[in-house]
Design a protein around this ligand. Sequence first.
Ligand code: BG6
Ligand code: MG
Length: 216
Amino acid sequence: MIKACLFDLDGVIVDTARFHYIAWKSLANELGFEFTEKDNERLKGVSRMKSLDILLEIGQLTFTELEKEKLADRKNKLYVSYIEQMTPNDTLPGVASFLTGLSEKGIKTALGSASKNAPLILERIGLGHLFDAIVDGNSISSAKPDPEVFLKGAELLGVAPENCVVFEDAVAGLEAARNAGMPCIGIGDPEILNLADKVIPGFENFGVNDLIKFYS
Ligand code: BG6
Ligand code: MG
């Protein structure tokens, strides 16, 4: 029985991958190497510092921890300048009505995101009030695929992991859901997200009744 839904943010609620991409690409170019959209796929669901490590591995560059902090800060400033321009229109189609539908059925909701920018994004798109609990990159110590982000969300909601459903667009996120012992639905490509119970393109043609029916 479903008592709660836990949502990843980037790629599930909003499409921020393109902002991450142009910000990381700009840093790579400053450092003198190319960073492609295909490379960017490797950063989905991955924490900021781990993303930088992958980027530097592609550029075959080595920096000290302090220098890496500065590089990550530079990327983040650029990324924030993009997300500051976001409006409620940047919410992915069907998301707001899906969240409202859950609340009407008494199903609780939590955000489970790796991003430290989650509070700013939620403020810009005006959806913060539709979540009963928020767990993000500021409140966790282990990144996905560690289950911490989802276990913490379930705990805050007072719901057992097996009664939660996770919505995720990244493989690392689905692994985190599985590690938490939670059912999960992928958003995106079924070939890539084969760990999920079901994969949907988005919430446009998937309502709360479809969710309940699928798990009954
Ligand atoms: C995840 C994104 O949600 O958050 C990753 O999929 C990103 O691409 C990570 O690196 C951390 O985000 P932020 O906003 O804290 O840099
Ligand atoms: Mg994501």
